[in-house]
Design a protein around this ligand. Structure first.
Ligand SMILES: Cc1cc2nc3c(=O)[nH]c(=O)nc-3n(C[C@H](O)[C@H](O)[C@H](O)COP(=O)(O)OP(=O)(O)OC[C@H]3O[C@@H](n4cnc5c(N)ncnc54)[C@H](O)[C@@H]3O)c2cc1C
Length: 465
């Protein structure tokens, strides 16, 4: 095996402590996708760009696959070494190299945890908005690779909007530095944007230059309760139609609410069959009047109760209900599979109805919640049978395929934020035309002619129709 010769070489170059052989690599064989365990032949804990370049050069010379890995919180199997080889972990590249208050820029290594950067910049009165729910665990390199989003994406956009420049090592070891440090800049193709969201298939990010904003002075939060999800969806479109720009607009359907109700830190009456959590930010004097006006819009759309957070404690309690949806569903069912499809906002109520029809048809529970402002729904397929039981995987997969079909029929997309990875790779041809897939294959071949960097991810394998 090629790795047999590569392993001692890597140990000699990097030191034995930084190279884990397969018997110590089990933890790196999984991520949060639940797609199974794929222990790599070796793990390299890189600490510098030079080391990343060395690994990619040696791997190319010997034809060994390399899979980049941040914190391993990915939901679509992107960091799994499905074809063996080396997992290159950036977990030790954790330096915040620079925070420039005048130019509103941060320069970071890829292993910096997202929440750590947020705290560091907030201490200086600055703001890094992208807020994946995993922010206390996931890395900025992983966020860039997945173009991660979160509740605040509605007002502030996803990771892509904040990546000004990158340092990327290509397969073979060549270093590219696309991008800039300026707020504006249009020189050449937007190569930076190409790498953002490329799921570790084109190059390994070793440095990120990020745009920062001033920290908003004040925040206000309210929760509107509805008797049906259509009224809740109408409230979402009405809030936006009335000219408001909340920083979060999160929707929970009846199944999601039923699961959080017992643990909620405030009473959620049983007649509440849908809820919208809304958060605004801005100047302190504008917050309360804005919340009141948004509450009135919700009432006109059919809200029977609007709860306005009076202080930070109330705010935390309202968000707690949203934050525990996923864990509450997981605890209550033997198997939970979460998808993150997105549709044009106006199509959301139709999608939620169709998701429930799919659940009935397949005899499976369905819960939908998520970033309603962006039409990005976390559709959860719930099963009382263990995933190991005969046939249950195919059964759940058939329901998920139906969710994808309905999403695409409504003009939507397979993934709003979790990416494609391994989990949705074989459905990409349902969404994208053959010539677009072929174009992306050519881009991949340009960066990675030997197909050694994260092979078998994101682009369909063998489907050319
Ligand atoms: C509880 C929970 C909540 C979540 N909530 C959200 C959410 O709200 N929004 C959201 O967008 N996602 C969410 N996620 C998914 C996940 O956290 C994100 O996709 C995150 O960006 C992954 O970062 P990571 O460091 O864990 O990357 P990993 O899982 O390690 O890797 C993910 C992908 O990035 C690639 N990669 C990692 N580092 C690099 C690098 N330096 N260079 C090139 N490629 C690299 C890997 O090869 C892989 O393809 C959630 C996950 C969990 C478990």
């Amino acid at each position: 095996m090629t790795q047999v010769t590569l392993l001692p070489l890597l140990e000699r170059e990097l030191g034995a402590a930084r190279v884990l052989a397969s018997d110590r690599a089990a933890r790196y064989g999984q991520d949060e996708s639940n797609l199974g365990s794929f222990p790599p032949d070796a793990v390299v804990l890189a600490e510098t760009r030079e080391e990343v370049a060395l690994v990619l050069r040696l791997a190319a010379e010997r034809g060994v696959p390399v899979v980049p890995r941040g914190a391993g919180t990915g939901m679509t199997g992107g960091a799994l070494a499905t074809e063996g080889g080396i997992v290159l972990s950036t977990e030790r590249m954790t330096r915040i190299k620079e925070i420039d208050r005048e130019s509103l820029i941060a320069v970071v290594e890829p292993g910096v945890i997202t929440g750590t950067l947020q705290e560091a910049v907030e201490d200086l009165g600055l703001f890094y908005p992208p807020d994946p729910a995993s922010l206390s665990m996931c890395s900025l390199g992983g966020n860039v690779a997945e173009n991660a989003g979160g509740p605040r994406a509605f007002k502030y956009g996803v990771t892509r909007e904040y990546v000004l420049g990158l340092e990327v090592v290509l397969p073979g070891g060549q270093v590219l530095r696309p991008g800039r440090r300026t707020a504006k800049g249009v020189t050449g193709y937007d190569v930076t944007a190409l790498f953002v969201g490329s799921e570790g298939t084109l190059g390994i990010t070793t440095e990120v230059t990020l745009k920062l904003l001033p920290l908003p002075a004040a925040v206000g939060t309210l929760l509107a309760l509805f008797r049906d999800v259509h009224a809740a969806s109408l409230a979402v479109t009405s809030i936006i139609g009335a000219g408001h720009r909340p920083r979060a607009l999160e929707l929970l359907d009846a199944t999601a609410l039923d699961h959080v109700r017992p643990k909620s830190q405030f009473p959620i009456p049983p007649e509440a069959r849908a809820a919208v959590l809304i958060e605004v930010d801005g100047e302190p004097e504008a917050i309360e009047p804005t919340c009141v006006r948004i509450g009135q819009v919700c009432e006109r759309a059919g809200a029977y109760e609007v709860i306005l957070a009076k202080d930070e404690k109330d705010r935390r309690q309202l968000w707690h209900a949203r934050r525990i949806v996923s864990s509450s569903l997981k605890e209550a069912h033997r198997w939970k599979l979460s998808e993150d499809v997105a549709v044009p906002r106006g199509a959301m109520p139709v999608l939620i109805d169709r998701v429930h029809e799919i659940g009935k048809r397949h005899g499976l529970g369905m819960a939908s919640y998520g970033h309603a402002g962006d039409g990005n729904l976390h559709v959860n397929v719930l099963s009382e049978r263990a995933r190991e039981e005969d046939g249950v995987k195919d059964h759940v997969r058939a329901a998920v395929a139906d969710v994808f079909r309905e999403t695409l029929a409504l003009g939507g997309t397979l993934s709003g934020e979790h990416g494609i990875g391994l989990a949705k790779r074989d459905y990409v041809a349902w969404e994208q035309a053959p010539e677009l897939i072929e174009f992306q294959r050519k881009l991949k071949a340009l960066c990675d002619p030997q197909n050694l960097l994260n092979p078998g991810k994101m682009l369909p394998v063998g489907h050319r129709e």
